[in-house]
Design a protein around this ligand. Structure first.
Ligand code: XMP
Length: 511
């Protein structure tokens, strides 16, 4: 185990990811974590992250010098590096110029364990106002840049390493190598943490926790809940019941696809309950045009349907949730990052299901690791690599009233769009793409006939965190093909638009 101590920087999850990519298990904790707790976890290494503060100011996050005297290797990154120097008697000051972006770093100590096989100069990602003007006693400078006298420093005997730049960011060309060097050469981690061992371990842990208890899971067909279902099924078989609510706002054939994998004809042993609630939802949504109102109805109706099913099942011991690691961190529970969004999976527990405890088998995994676990469990690739699909489904991709007819139009248009994007090899490049239905009808001509039909909008965005996004540049031929197929194949559509809006000012969804 390697511990990442979070000082509030923006790349902290990336640090943990990079460590895990070296097949070393790693968890993020707040810098406020007590030293006794850290000792009890007996980590092989500790990494201090970056952060937005200045370590010499009185109220800034800090850690006592005890941390550096445990005999456990410590790697400080950016703020973490400055803090290490500050606490151990070096000097950190505000720089005249901010160093930001790709920067050439010259390695002064080529024999450094963290810089093994790293070339000099090497391109690194810098982002700092403060700089280390004097290293702490016992440290030697191991790298510098034109503007920064201490790009890295180390006290090899005490196994303390400070790096001013960000090896966790891919712009640091040899950053992964440096992190790998730290965890393997300095911390002496064996690097045998693998997805198959995670799956194996989880199955055992679930069996132990659940015993002969009953588990209930709301399966949405999304990646996280599907992988959670797969894992639980492998662990406890029919003790697991999955309720899959088809609210009639899924993508084309999606309900059947989910049933094919998890239903009685699929490869997983579990009780699968599909609730076909399409009519119920359409009735509730009839005449409703206000977007928030639609969301509210869809959310409430889900609770009602799920509650009815849960009542039929009766008391269960565990309610399973597909919470993943970023949900935990974003909710402000994992590390020190600000609460970005309160996550529906974390915190507020449903009071309409009679259960004793929550079980979250994916709580320690990143999205890409969830996908790997899914493949390991034998869940089909189409499902594992499914793009994000919102809970309210097509309800937030249809402007104005939602009707069965409009759902059919948007499902058909969306299926064509996805098919063509995949054919063009763009499906893993674009982070989210879908067709939506505008509320606009206009005059067109088809054959010799006048038409008065809907306009479909195509959306495709590139984004890292889904908080900001830009419209993807799809080749014109691909868009043209999609347009022509939608007009020809989808009844009720006579125009196709491409949405160029970024977020902000737009949102990704279309509601
Ligand atoms: P917006 O439209 O807010 O979307 O720019 C950002 C990301 O969040 C997804 N999204 C949702 N996901 N329930 C979900 O599970 C929701 O209510 C919801 N609303 C938006 C959206 O698909 C995009 O990935």
């Amino acid at each position: 185990l390697v511990i990442v101590l979070d000082f509030g920087g923006q790349y902290n999850q990336l640090v943990a990811r990079r460590v895990r990519e070296c097949n070393v298990y790693c968890e993020i904790y707040s810098y406020k974590t007590d030293i006794e707790k850290i000792k009890a976890m007996n980590p092989k290494g500790i990494i201090l992250t970056g952060g937005p503060n200045s370590c010499y100011l009185p109220d800034s996050p800090t850690y006592s010098d005890e941390l550096f005297k445990l005999g456990i290797p410590v790697l400080g990154l950016c703020y973490g590096a400055q803090l290490m120097m500050h606490v151990l008697g070096g000097k950190v000051e505000k720089a005249d110029v901010r160093e930001y972006g790709k920067t050439e770093v010259l390695i002064d100590k080529v024999s450094s364990k963290v810089f093994a096989d790293v070339s000099t100069p090497t391109v690194c990602w810098m982002s700092h106002f403060d700089y280390i003007s004097k290293v702490a006693p016992g440290f030697e400078i191991s790298a510098h840049t034109a503007d920064c006298p201490v790009a890295a420093a180390e006290n090899e005997a005490e196994k303390l390493y400070a790096i001013q730049f960000h090896p966790e960011v891919l712009h640091t060309q040899e950053g992964t190598k440096m992190i790998n060097n730290f965890v393997k050469n300095v911390c002496e981690c064996s690097g045998d943490w693998r997805m198959d061992s995670f799956v194996e371990q989880s199955i055992n842990a679930i069996r132990e926790k659940v015993g002969d208890g009953k588990v209930l899971l709301a399966l949405s067909g999304g990646v996280d809940s599907s992988v959670a279902a797969g894992l639980l099924s492998r662990a406890i078989g029919k003790q697991l019941t999955c309720v899959f609510v088809d609210h009639g706002l899924l993508r084309k054939n999606e309900g059947d696809e989910v049933e094919a994998v998890f239903g009685p004809d699929g490869d997983f042993d579990l009780n699968f309950i599909r609730v076909n609630a399409q009519e119920r939802y359409y009735n509730k949504l009839a005449g409703v045009t206000e977007p928030e109102q639609k969301r509210k109805i869809i959310g409430e109706e889900f609770i009602r349907v799920f509650e009815e099913e849960a009542k039929k099942i009766g008391a269960v011991d565990f309610l399973a949730q597909g919470t993943i690691y970023p949900d935990v961190v974003e909710s402000g529970l994992g590390g020190e990052s600000a609460v970005i969004k309160s996550h529906h999976n974390v915190g507020g527990l449903p009071d309409y299901v009679d259960f004793k405890e929550i079980i979250e088998p994916l709580r320690d995994l990143f999205k890409d690791e969830v996908r790997k676990a899914g493949l390991e469990l034998g869940i089909p690739e189409e499902l594992v690599y499914r793009q994000p699909f919102p809970g309210p489904g097509l309800g937030i991709r249809i402007i104005g009233e939602v009707t069965a007819e409009k759902v059919r139009i948007v499902q058909d248009a969306d299926a064509i769009y996805r098919e063509e994007i995949a054919k063009a090899g763009l499906d893993r490049e674009i982070n989210q793409y879908f067709a939506a239905l505008t509320n606009m009808r206009s005059v067109g001509v088809m054959g010799d006939e006048r038409t008065y039909d809907y306009a479909v909008a195509l959306r495709a965005v590139k984004t890292i965190d889904f908080m900001t996004a830009e419209a993807a540049e799809i080749p014109y031929e691909v868009l043209n093909k999609v347009m022509s197929r939608i007009i020809n194949e989808v009844r009720g559509v006579n125009r196709v638009f491409y949405d160029l809006t970024s977020k902000p000012p737009g949102t990704i969804e279309f509601e």
